[in-house]
Design a protein around this ligand. Sequence first.
Ligand code: ACM
Length: 763
Amino acid sequence: MKSFYKAATTCLLIVSIFSGAVNAQATKFNIIPYPVKLVEGNGSFTISTKTTIGLPKGGKFRNEADQLNDLIKGGLGYKLKIAPNKLNHISFVYSDAITATEGYHLTISPQQITITAKDGAGAFMAIQTIRQLLPYGIETGIHASKFTLPALTIEDEPAYAWRGMHLDVSRHFFSIAYLKKFINVMSLYKMNKLHLHLTDDQGWRIEIKKYPKLTEEGAWRTFDKNDSACMKRAKDNPDFAIDKEHIIHRDGKTLYGGFYTQKQMKGLVAYAATRHIDIIPEIDMPGHMMAAINSYPFLTCNGENKWGTLFTKPICPCNESTFDFAENVFSEIMDIFPSKYIHIGGDEVDRSDWAKSDACKALMQHEGIKDLPALQSYFINRMEKFFNSKGRKLIGWDEIIEGGISSTAIVMYWRTWVPDAPIKAVKNGNQVIMTPGSPLYFDNVPDKNSIYNVYHFNPIPAGLTADEAKMIIGAQANIWTENIPSENRADYMYMPRMTALAELLWSNNTNDYDSYNTRLIQQFPRLDALNVHYRLPDIDGVLNNKVFIQSDTLKLNPPLKNLVIRYTTDGSIPQNNSPKLANLVINKTEVVKVAEFTPSGKRGDIYSINYQQQSLAEPESPASTQPGLKCNYYKAFFKETKFIEAAKPDSSFTSDQIAVPASVKAPSFAITYNGYINVPADGIYSFYLTCDDGGVLWIANTETVNNDGLHSAIEKNGQVALKKGLQKFKLDFIEGGGGFTLKLKYSKDGSVPKEVPASWFSN
Ligand code: ACM
């Protein structure tokens, strides 16, 4: 997956009538995702030794009562008795009046707690709400003699049925213990689908009894280039160290890897099921199969197993032996995973060898298959029939629609640069799960905008009717782990932004972002208790390149009261014993590194601030100018902007806007912008360049922002000292594939950043 293109049924029946009051209230009750309707009551309920739990006749909700009791045991040190209804009771009530799957009502009064649901999932979701109302200490065992819960009534149900997380356990391997922690955190936020990417070129991670070499050989590799890159980065950040737990020595070789036995995985499936989370296995084929082909070369058309131009060579859809293998593998997979959904991958297939194969030529002629995408569809459609014969539904990445697909397959959309793919799929009658690279690839390094972008993502693509929108069954964040070699790094990448996704998919109320942020901060102690190495909030007001004329004072406020900002000026990484940043006077060109630290010594992101002494740049006086910037367009792939210079432009145009023109459709290209910017007054200007992929901005012949390289949409910023008048402007931008983001804002004297006006540009 994602080997080249980096990382890239709404039915709210209950309408809140408290829209005016919800925000204030929503910050009081620290619940994420926030319930659809919450009415505050009077007083509180006390859980103590005397409290009992009551179940409906027939023992329904027993699993959920056990889950609640496990939590309460964390708090009180013992479990509550299951006993008939009486005062001081937590009562589970069955009601088919609750029509929504996973919906529940929760009433907390001073006398009793009532959890009403139709299904176990609904009762479980109510317990997660209660969990968040209990002190976070229950997560680790605080053993108080009693707890109080505020009186309230909640009516709640999810906006979307599919609230998913994905984890690639192939590129780097994650222990069963970690997966349990992951599932536990997912369940806390009412996420309900865990998609495990179990196989890929870099490792086969699930035992298949019929093909033992898949794991005996395919689960182990020598360190690859991603491992080496991680090892290099580990010097500055220990979270990049390769997890020693997954390194072995065999036959004189050091190998990385691991796999899950079927027994272990069945245990994990059961653990998830008690938390109402389905585990969806992905066995990615026909591409991304190198780990399997190494041991079973008969799977390819020509016996070769290597990388093509972009992706590895796939298995051969033209030999019956391939189908025998695939069906045997999936039969064992279905035995381990009871999920209604089974994921077959289907992405990034280099089909070129199929065209050369005699077997494929013969099959295509015999079956009337017109081209290679249709040949892939032949494979997927046959496998879907096999899945359906076992009562399962097939999911595939959105490439599966390219050659035509049955309307019963479920399409998982990821290719941001093919925006009409989910629309085509819906129009073809397919259900769709939205996982677009931006903002839902959580392997994209998070920055200060990531949570906002997730929270404000609209799972329904523009252009669908209300009825068609029902085919979008939800969304999911994906975590590809090429650059995520440790559990701490994985935690950092998905938390806390998963909480924004959870609220989006459950509550679907994007008006509540401020209250969400307030509630999020209150979640941190619980995440600490759960040992989640989440990303700390950003330090506000940090610029990558800062400019001063005489001197400057660096003063930054920690985003939370309990965090401390520390700094260095000798190029080293700030440590827990580095000096605290107060008012640091800067009077020479130097690099200041700052980072925030929690009371336990956990370090947040490291910010490098490059201080430069400048004098105000003199303006230019060209003989004549015309409006707009001169732009060159290059239809080619560039890894960095510096390579543009050697290329020849494919076309030229003038633009008064810094944005990718709508007419650009190529996956990889570059655009350069040249001319002048009309500066309205003397001063130090800050520029903010957000791009996917890279961009570099020069003003007055000075590199002002460097946001170069292949990456997701991130903002970098910098300052430059300018005199009023026309100043030289140059911006180089590259797009490697998929993102298409390019934005430039400016500010002066601490003003709110805004877009550079079109009238400022000339050439
Ligand atoms: C993918 O990222 N190749 C689905």
